[in-house]
Design a protein around this ligand. Structure first.
Ligand SMILES: Cc1ncc(COP(=O)(O)O)c(C=O)c1O
Length: 485
């Protein structure tokens, strides 16, 4: 293996096993080690990086899963032959990339996006709506209508803030569904998905070394974006009522974070909804210390208990929404609402990022919202996903894959595995049998939670959920040699 430094310069949020994975992967792809070369033993790597055996095993599991190495119980680990590598490009350019992005090769999100666009029989990984619920007929009508007007406006640039008609429809039709009745359209910035809203917020509020408070576990896209902004991330544990606000108060008091990122309703990955008392407390803490609160409400519409958004209680909350879970992710349309001066600044940041979000998607979504089918669509979606969650919970009953939180709405179940098991070590076996899921460590900035996994049940009908989850629990049962630290 190349000797060129084994301290890897990465943001702290990148788990150690991924750092080791990236180092070895780069050595392989750049030819620093050759096909058939023997790689260091687990014990040697343990000593080299001063990490646990599990960490090294996870790095090698990942390399094996990606086809970079082959492992033989007696002989050791070897660089696999090139045709098995995922990348068609064997040699990489050696240009220096800016520091925050140097480690960004094959990230969790990249894997997730790859699986979201492929067809696994039992896909419990990608967090997307069921394609059967995409309003295809409505969209077809809206598209025909748009182009039949032969108006060239459809293909023009949009203002950076977004098309006024869509912002108006969000203000009048969507926001009231979340208990927000007074959102001026001027305060709504249309973004390219909720992910871009998080990106813009990170750029506007976070300086390198600033502290950002998140839930643990939380959405990996936010973790990665905050990490690449140079943030130090503190994860506050979540229980069945949501984020632990006592711990939040003490972290805020002692470390004065620049941002609190939260998903109060149907949180990804736990499905938990923050209790009313904790909502009050969280807002009070943020107000007392004048810290911006970001409410990521990606799955909030799926709550059947009519839990209002946090933004309904406090005008200063930066509210992030998206059409990805509500309608379809391919539109890449989301939005962020903020007090007018902050919304304008966010628009300034967006302007130097991508000028504006695509006009056609904005117009289609505006047509869809004004057609009047939103409530029915919401009701149907909630019913469908609730039934799927119940099916999943019932199927997992008495198995070794145990839901940690009582999720009733939304897409997700966050589960624990038996002691000593690492979800990543099960992923390849799962994929071979058509079952894919997300490993828990991706949802924590510390890279722990390796003994957990996130199941997204939204994309599969109940019968497939039953078969897929039985297959998963079988794989866990068959795992004769659990990974022990
Ligand atoms: C909590 C959360 N926020 C944001 C996003 C990103 O959504 P979008 O597709 O709108 O960028 C996701 C997607 O999975 C999510 O789960």
């Amino acid at each position: 293996m190349a000797k060129s430094g084994h301290t890897v310069q990465t943001p702290k949020a990148v788990p150690m096993y991924l750092q080791i994975y990236e180092k070895i992967r780069t050595d392989i792809e750049t030819g620093a080690v050759s096909v058939g070369d023997s790689l260091p033993s687990e014990r040697q790597l343990q000593k080299l990086y001063r990490v646990s055996r599990t960490t090294v095993q996870n790095a090698y599991d990942q390399l094996e899963a990606m086809g970079y190495v082959t492992r033989h119980a007696a002989r050791g680990t070897f660089v696999a032959t090139p045709p098995q590598w995922p990348s068609a490009v064997k040699r990489e350019a050696s240009f220096r990339c800016a520091r925050p992005w140097q480690w960004m090769h094959n990230t969790f999100l990249e894997d997730l996006m790859e699986s979201a666009s492929r067809d696994y029989t039992f896909d419990f990984e990608a967090g997307r709506p069921d394609i059967e619920l995409f309003p295809l007929t409505d969209m077809q009508l809206a598209l025909e209508h748009l182009f039949s007007k032969k108006s060239r406006d459809v293909l023009l640039y949009s203002p950076t803030m977004g098309l006024p008609v869509l912002r108006q429809a969000i203000s009048e039709i969507l926001m009231p569904q979340r208990g927000i009745h007074d959102m001026p359209a001027e305060n709504i910035l249309i973004t390219s998905g909720a992910m871009q809203a998080i990106d813009l917020i990170a750029k506007l509020f976070i300086e390198p070394n600033d502290m950002v408070v998140v839930a643990k576990p939380t959405f990996p896209g936010a973790l990665q974006r905050f990490a690449t902004q140079g943030a130090r991330i503190v994860g506050i544990p979540v229980d069945s009522e949501g984020i632990d606000v006592d711990q939040l108060a003490s972290v805020v008091r002692q470390r004065r974070p620049s941002l609190i990122y939260t998903q109060p309703t149907c949180q990804n990955p736990t499905g938990v909804t923050l209790s009313p008392a904790r909502r009050e407390r969280l807002l009070r803490i943020a107000r007392d210390y004048n810290i911006p609160v970001v409410e990521d409400d990606a799955c909030g519409f799926l709550s059947s208990s009519n839990t209002q958004a946090l933004r309904a209680q406090d005008d200063d909350v930066l509210y992030v929404g998206t059409f990805s879970k509500l309608v379809a992710p391919g539109f890449r349309v989301g939005y962020v609402t903020a007090p007018a001066n902050i919304a304008r600044r966010l628009a300034g940041v967006k302007q130097v990022t991508d000028l504006h979000t695509g006009s056609i998607g904005q117009l289609l979504l505006e047509s869809w919202l004004t057609m009047g089918g939103l409530e029915e669509h919401l009701q149907r979606s909630r019913d469908v996903y609730r039934e799927r969650l119940r099916t999943a919970v019932a199927t997992l009953r008495c198995s070794h894959v145990v839901p940690v939180y009582p999720a009733e709405d939304g897409f997700y179940l966050f589960c624990s595995l038996p002691d000593g098991f690492a979800a990543r070590a099960l992923q390849q076996r799962g994929a071979e049998r058509g079952v894919i899921f997300a490993s828990g460590d991706a949802f924590s900035s510390d890279g722990d939670l390796q003994g957990h996994l996130r199941l997204c049940v939204s994309a599969l009908p109940p019968a497939s959920i039953r078969v897929g989850l039985r297959r998963l629990t079988q794989i866990v049962e068959e795992q004769r040699a659990p990974v022990t630290p």
